[in-house]
Design a protein around this ligand. Structure first.
Ligand code: HEM
Length: 131
């Protein structure tokens, strides 16, 4: 069934987008091992955490995500060096997921923020002072 494109501006829409994004990430040969073998994420705790993060960024929810995502990625990078291609693939899947079902200012903002944050993580994982 084809649904009408809508904006990424509610907790329900954000949860739906992230479920679809993680289906793609976990089906991807480049990214899946980073999540499942290196970080050994538990989706039952990881997905709520990621939802809270995006709800904070896009909806301004204040008492949700409080953790340090940069530190998590630097720790991951220490365990298994993240490549530029990993970030590019992550972004490609993120944009593809948003574009498939969402349109509007908040969907655009999600893609802009993802690009900016991925760029920051790339710089940090390439910096000699990142540890
Ligand atoms: C190469 C690209 C990326 C890879 C392979 C990746 C992988 C991961 C993994 C494996 C975790 C779980 C870490 C852990 O629990 O120890 C994680 C957590 C997370 N990632 Fe990423 N990530 C990438 C890019 C991004 C980007 C660009 C964003 C934001 C726009 C992001 C947002 C988050 C958040 C919010 C968490 C939760 C951190 C926490 O537990 O507090 N990730 N990521």
């Amino acid at each position: 069934m084809q649904s009408t494109p809508r904006d990424l501006d509610s907790p329900e829409a954000i949860a739906e987008m992230l479920d679809a994004f993680y289906r793609k990430v976990l089906a991807d040969d480049r990214l899946r091992p980073l999540f499942l073998d290196v970080a050994e994420i538990d989706l039952r705790t990881h997905l709520p955490c990621i939802r809270a993060y995006w709800c904070k960024l896009l909806l301004g929810e204040r008492d949700g995500y409080q953790s340090n995502m940069v530190a998590r990625h630097l720790a991951l990078h220490e365990q298994h060096p993240l490549q530029l291609d990993d970030f590019e693939r992550w972004l490609e899947l993120f944009r593809e997921t948003v574009n498939a079902d969402f349109t509007g200012p908040s969907a655009d903002r999600a893609k802009t923020l993802a690009t900016r944050i991925a760029g920051n993580l790339v710089r940090l994982t390439r910096s000699p002072i990142s540890t």
